[in-house]
Design a protein around this ligand. Structure first.
Ligand code: HEC
Ligand code: HEC
Length: 254
């Protein structure tokens, strides 16, 4: 991480006064991958992310707390097709925008009367991957109006605000520098249509929250805590940037 931050400082010192952002159509991070990484994502037998989807499938059928399982109330996971396209979404019960992970934990706590999973736990990432995977190929379509409008505005403001020792906003890289190389790595639009993703760098599956924290760290900013309201609202904004992009879960990234 230290090496990345130094490389970032060196290569981005020059873009402090870069051109204003232009409106470009959303492009999946998939398009920025090497062909061999694309091939890994495309092959369900080779895609490491499918292991988390499978684990999610096991948890789906497992009774917890009061003896109920996800399956008891929701039927087969396939019944979740389309659900993942809408999250984060406004929750009437909570009176705020919640992520898919938080919705799963809400069922776990209230419907199953079991301890909620840790936000970055393997269990929650797996269930989230399972649910998102059911929507593979469907266009993302989060709502940014109505009760979600103020969360959307806060997410957008966060995205555009410079922070950290390198004084960079998300948009300075993922809007202004798309296609530029950072230590040989092309910078993508930072789309989230493949999440949770299997990241080769992590050798692990990660949520949008984990990726946000990683990018915060890259500019030496205080990482947003995964599952914090600000992180969920930033995720809403990120998903809205990709509205219309096909969901790829589980995507493979470098
Ligand atoms: C006792 C029944 C019950 C169990 C068990 C249960 N749920 Fe739910 N779940 C519901 C109900 C009812 C709703 C819709 C009402 C709401 O939004 O709270 C719901 C909503 C959801 C949604 C949002 C659906 C949408 O259209 O937005 C997801 C995702 C979900 N559940 C996942 C899970 C997972 C994963 C598990 C197992 C860890 C689980 N649920 C366990 C009853 C249950
Ligand atoms: C210094 C440049 C830089 C900044 C600033 C930055 N990122 Fe990133 N980000 C990267 C790099 C490099 C990657 C990995 C390659 C890629 O997909 O662009 C990445 C990847 C991502 C991805 C994964 C994309 C995919 O297809 O899986 C997301 C999401 C993301 N960033 C979000 C953010 C958010 C949100 C912020 C602001 C908090 C941010 N980034 C700030 C450099 C940056």
């Amino acid at each position: 991480m230290k090496r990345l931050a130094l490389a970032v400082a060196a290569s981005l010192a020059a873009i402090a006064g870069s051109a204003p952002a232009q409106e470009t159509p959303p492009v999946s991070g998939y398009q920025f991958l090497l062909p061999e990484t694309q091939a890994l994502q495309d092959d369900d037998f080779a895609n490491p992310g499918m292991l988390w989807v499978e684990l999610g499938g096991k948890l789906w059928d497992e009774p917890a707390g009061n003896g109920t399982s996800c399956q008891n109330c929701h039927g087969a996971p396939e019944a979740m097709r389309g659900v993942g396209t809408r999250y984060p979404q406004w929750s009437q019960t909570e009176g705020r925008v919640i992520s898919l992970e938080q919705q799963v934990n809400q069922c776990r706590a209230e419907r199953q009367q079991a301890d909620p999973f840790g936000y970055s736990s393997q269990e929650l990432v797996s269930l989230s991957a399972l649910v998102m995977h059911q929507s593979r190929g469907l266009p993302m379509s989060v709502a940014t109006d109505g009760p979600a409008a103020s969360a959307y505005r806060r997410g957008k403001a966060y995205y555009e605000t410079r922070r950290g020792q390198l004084n960079l906003a998300c948009s300075n890289c993922h809007v202004d520098q798309v296609g530029s190389r950072l230590r040989g790595e092309p910078i993508s639009q930072g789309q989230v249509n493949g999440f949770p993703i299997y990241r080769q760098l992590w050798q692990d599956m990660g949520s949008v929250g984990r990726m946000i924290a990683w990018c915060n760290d890259a500019v030496r900013a205080e990482p947003l805590a995964e599952g914090s309201q600000m992180a969920v609202e930033l995720e809403l904004y990120l998903r809205s940037l990709g509205n219309g992009l096909a969901i790829e879960t589980p995507a493979v990234r470098r």
